[in-house]
Design a protein around this ligand. Structure first.
Ligand code: HAM
Length: 423
């Protein structure tokens, strides 16, 4: 007996997979329209890539990675996110030597050992974008408008874009000290995780969901008030562009994201009412990451969208379900010579570019008509004795019930022409 699927994973079944294809089509189309090219990196990488890239004090690296030794005793990790692998590939293939900015996107599964709940899985799909080689705030804005474009295209209406700046290696260290000083006397009252964050990554304390930590940081100094001139100007420019484009955002001065690589702009897109896992996407700038990973100093900016959560958000809004059009047609047959002719005809029509199915279970005509209905076909072809004797087939147009007899030799051309004429 096969066992059930692993906890926190999903089977995307027929019916549901159609929605995924529609979402993926929109992603490919929109990324192309914004000048991005697809990149596909491996599902697993050397563990140290994520330790260095994401940061050793982050939740992901500390407790959420699927890490294993392969038969050659190498430590490998299923990718928990896409940015570090894309940076690795950018360096490995010396893309920095080509025309910049390099604009890349990816769609695929990510793996995090988290406690599964609605909207949070151990294997989940992300669509993400990374752009290298430009520190223009207009590109930060592109990172915000792009996922919004995808949401709108899919029919999502209700979301909030939270934006903040978390500074750079110039303004962050003095701010860190200030925050540590502020929390110093109450250090013992912080939760266990935040106590260890205090020295290593105090800004993450602002993000803690434990209420006592939230109370302790309610009045804490925020990085927004300590940005250096460059970061402050950059953030102002981002906000100006957003205003110019009439993109409504929520300035969220407490937003800090869970990766060490971010600098300057960070953002998160939330769907109110979606539950505890309400972020449908997030991203930001990471101007130091390429250099930290051994490459030439190259600014970067990107985002990723959680695809399951987008579908959940669409369900919550009761948005029109994403469905593909039905098939073109169904060839009904009555056994014997009719069956033989049907096999050849289905083959011919498919090769001609039509989507066509037939019966493979020796079913009655009535049952075949039911199958045709389920496939939401435009037409059904009947290959009865009379029609075959005349070298023809009877076509029934399902919407109107009209019928006509068409010579077999002309069928493919005729049905293709009709497909254009009757969309
Ligand atoms: P992230 O915020 O960790 O960012 O993930 C992006 C999105 O992936 C989240 O907003 C959420 O929708 C979805 N997501 C994350 N974890 C899960 C999970 N366990 N189950 C279901 N969905 C999940 C990143 O991954 C960054 N690499 C984004 C980025 C790209 N920043 C710059 N470039």
């Amino acid at each position: 007996m096969a066992t059930a699927r692993p906890r926190g994973t999903n089977d995307i079944l027929p019916g549901e997979s159609e929605r995924w294809q529609i979402m993926e089509d929109a992603i490919h189309r929109i990324c192309g329209a914004y000048g991005y090219q697809e990149i596909r990196t491996p599902m697993f990488e050397h563990t140290e890539l994520f330790e260095r890239g994401i940061g050793e004090t982050t939740d992901i690296v500390e407790k959420e990675m699927y890490t294993f030794k392969d038969r050659g005793e190498r430590s490998l990790t299923l990718r928990p996110e896409g940015t570090a692998p894309v940076v690795r590939s950018f360096l490995e293939h010396k893309m920095y030597g080509q025309a910049l900015p390099t604009k890349l996107y990816y769609v695929g599964p990510m793996f995090r050992y988290e406690r599964p709940q609605a909207g949070r899985y151990r294997q989940f799909y992300q669509f993400g974008v990374e752009a290298f080689g430009s520190s223009d705030p207009a590109l930060d804005v592109e990172m915000i408008t792009m996922p919004i474009h995808v949401y709108i295209e899919l029919g999502l209406k209700d979301f909030e874009v939270h934006v903040n700046s978390i500074g750079c290696p110039k303004c962050r260290p003095p701010y860190r000290q200030r925050l540590q000083k502020y929390l110093n006397d109450d250090k013992d009252k912080l939760c266990g995780t935040c106590q260890s964050r205090y020295d290593r990554n105090p800004m993450r304390i602002l993000d803690c969901k434990v209420s006592s930590c939230q109370e302790l940081t309610a009045e804490a100094p925020l990085i927004a008030d300590y940005l250096c001139e460059e970061c402050s100007e950059h953030f102002q420019a981002v906000q100006n562009y957003l205003q110019q484009l009439d993109v409504k955002v929520v300035p969220n001065r407490r937003l800090v994201r869970g990766f060490d690589y971010y600098t300057k702009t960070v953002f998160e897109i939330k769907v109110p009412g979606l539950g505890a896992q309400d972020a449908v996407g997030g991203g930001g700038r990471y101007d130091g990451l390429v250099e930290e990973m051994g490459g030439p100093s190259t600014p970067g900016v990107g985002f990723a969208v959680g695809m399951e959560r987008v579908l959940l958000a669409l369900d919550k809004e009761g948005a029109k379900t994403l469905t593909r059009p039905g098939m073109d047609g169904f060839v009904a047959q009555f056994g014997g010579a009719s069956k033989e002719r049907a096999v050849a005809l289905v083959h011919e029509l498919r090769r001609a570019g039509l989507s066509v199915d037939m019966d493979y279970l020796g079913r009655s005509l009535k049952a075949q008509m039911k199958a045709a209905d389920r496939a939401r076909v435009h037409w059904v072809l009947f290959l009865g004795d009379d029609e075959l004797a005349a070298g023809a087939a009877r076509v029934r147009w399902m919407k109107t019930g009209e019928e006509e007899t068409v010579a077999l030799a002309e069928l493919a051309a005729y049905l293709k022409a009709q497909k254009e004429a009757r969309p």
